[in-house]
Design a binder for this molecule. Sequence first.
Ligand SMILES: NC(=O)c1ccc[n+]([C@@H]2O[C@H](COP(=O)([O-])OP(=O)(O)OC[C@H]3O[C@@H](n4cnc5c(N)ncnc54)[C@H](OP(=O)(O)O)[C@@H]3O)[C@@H](O)[C@H]2O)c1
Length: 259
Amino acid sequence: MELGLSGRGVLVTGASGGIGAAAATALAAEGARVAVHCFSNRARAEELAARIGGHVVQGDLRRPEEAASVMSEAVAALGAVDVCVANSGGWDEEDVPVWEMSLDRFHRVVEDNLLAPFLTCREYLRHVQGTGVGSIVLVSSVSATFGEAGNADYAAAKAGVAYGFARTLKNEIVRIAPEGRVNVVAPGWTLTGGAAPDAAAVERATATRPLKRLATPEDVAAAVVWLASPVASGMCSGEIVHVAGGMEGRLVEGAPGTA
Ligand SMILES: NC(=O)c1ccc[n+]([C@@H]2O[C@H](COP(=O)([O-])OP(=O)(O)OC[C@H]3O[C@@H](n4cnc5c(N)ncnc54)[C@H](OP(=O)(O)O)[C@@H]3O)[C@@H](O)[C@H]2O)c1
């Protein structure tokens, strides 16, 4: 199936990371011209860009002026950005309940996962205003749907992106791009490299799923490609596609020592 991505300009934020790199690779395989965004890991972005024929753009997307320069460099490299994949973000590995959470950590995680996508999309939609064409794929998380004990900051930011933000943008984008679409990919735990995960943790994470494995970055990238494609998903907007093997919820731990 021809997905209508050949020759299209696509910006992938956080393409120096695991899921972003897989998305950039999969989009390039469909013929898209890709702007490979990185924050600190320029070497990884350059290696990827060389491999897929992309262009590196760099910046801290929590800073308005850097978000603006990332977008203008992507436009300069690609001519037009037909699709923006707002993927950058991440969580804090430390499990901290809300009553112990510092304001610093809350601000940092919310800035990474809500402010950065907001600034990315604000700059992108300013570009779309000029072209009349655009599509956004936001990368959220199953934490938006099911919460995540010990990471309330992350779950709240990802829920903001997947629900209020995306569902508002899908109604705003058509004011400036009549065929404009905004969709969300919500991955579960995805194997992005590093050490093999602890078997007990995997068993817990997959306990409520019919598919008993963790996602690969390529599983998530396939959903990004589908939502980026005006042919495959041209009548889908405001959708949240979970990539989590049919996950229905989480096993909940009570107080230590309780049954
Ligand atoms: N992996 C999972 O299990 C999982 C599950 C659900 C959702 N997600 C979401 O999927 C997305 C990608 O995750 P991943 O696992 O691929 O993470 P990753 O490998 O850590 O990559 C994160 C990417 O975000 C970039 N980034 C971080 N802070 C940034 C900032 N302030 N400004 C601009 N870019 C910034 C990083 O850039 P540099 O490396 O260049 O600094 C990197 O490219 C994230 O939004 C994450 O929350 C991941």
